[in-house]
Design a protein around this ligand. Structure first.
Ligand SMILES: *Cc1c(COP(=O)(O)O)cnc(C)c1O
Length: 211
């Protein structure tokens, strides 16, 4: 973790694009280091690992935690209690459960729905068709702030193919009148920003290689 490296990356990201620092696999001390220079949004993908760091860092009240990992149904209550944003909501069933739990807990998380724009058997997510067909039902759900879509491109695509998929995400979000697209990681953030990302999720680019 190297601060001048982080500042260099930050310089390249337009001001209307938010940086989500993906701290999975990194220690709370490293989170603290970049929080000290103004980074407030941190993404984690495993509940238990995240929760341990949240306890250590609980005095840092400006930190906003984002859950970006696969959601296990039996962890939904804990995720709702401990994360302000959930980027990886990949089914209507889980979304409904999040809404019910949020109502009980009097929480109101920001929600991004994970969508897959290519046939990737390794990835969960709504297909665009399914999302559109369930849209009215989704809009009725309480205690969620639906702000956008999230997508993860398959590994190893060309820059051009990454762009094509990211543009599909942007255009679906626009047609549903959603502001946010959480797209772009360390390897494809440039294409994502050109296509209209509002949240780039950067792990290794900021923190270095994961242990
Ligand atoms: C790990 C992870 C990232 C960050 O990956 P890097 O390639 O290290 O930037 C982004 N999004 C999700 C969903 C992740 O699990």
């Amino acid at each position: 973790m190297n601060l001048s490296n982080f500042l260099k990356i930050k310089d390249k990201i337009p001001p209307n694009v938010n940086i989500l620092a993906v701290s999975k696999g990194f220690k709370s001390q490293e989170i603290k280091t970049i929080h000290n220079i103004g980074q407030n949004d941190f993404g984690e993908s495993k509940f238990q690992e995240a929760f341990e760091k949240q306890l250590i860092l609980k005095e840092l009240e400006q930190i906003k935690w984002h859950f970006i990992g696969r959601i296990q149904s039996n962890k939904i209550r804990k995720i709702v209690q401990n994360f302000k944003y959930i980027h990886s909501v990949d089914s209507l069933e889980k979304l409904k459960k999040i809404s019910n739990v949020a109502l009980e807990e009097q929480e109101n998380p920001f929600i991004l729905l994970q969508v897959k724009f290519s046939d990737d058997p390794n990835k969960g997510g709504f297909t665009p068709e399914l999302l559109i067909s369930k849209w009215r039902e989704i809009l009725e759900l309480k205690n969620i702030k639906l702000t956008g879509l999230m997508t993860i491109n398959p590994k190893g695509l060309s820059s051009k193919d990454n762009s094509v998929l990211f543009k599909k995400c942007r255009s679906l979000a626009d047609s549903l009148q959603l502001r946010d697209c959480s797209m772009g990681m360390s390897g494809d953030w440039k294409e994502a920003i050109d296509a209209g990302s509002t949240w780039v999720r950067l792990g290794s680019l900021i923190f270095g290689e994961r242990y």
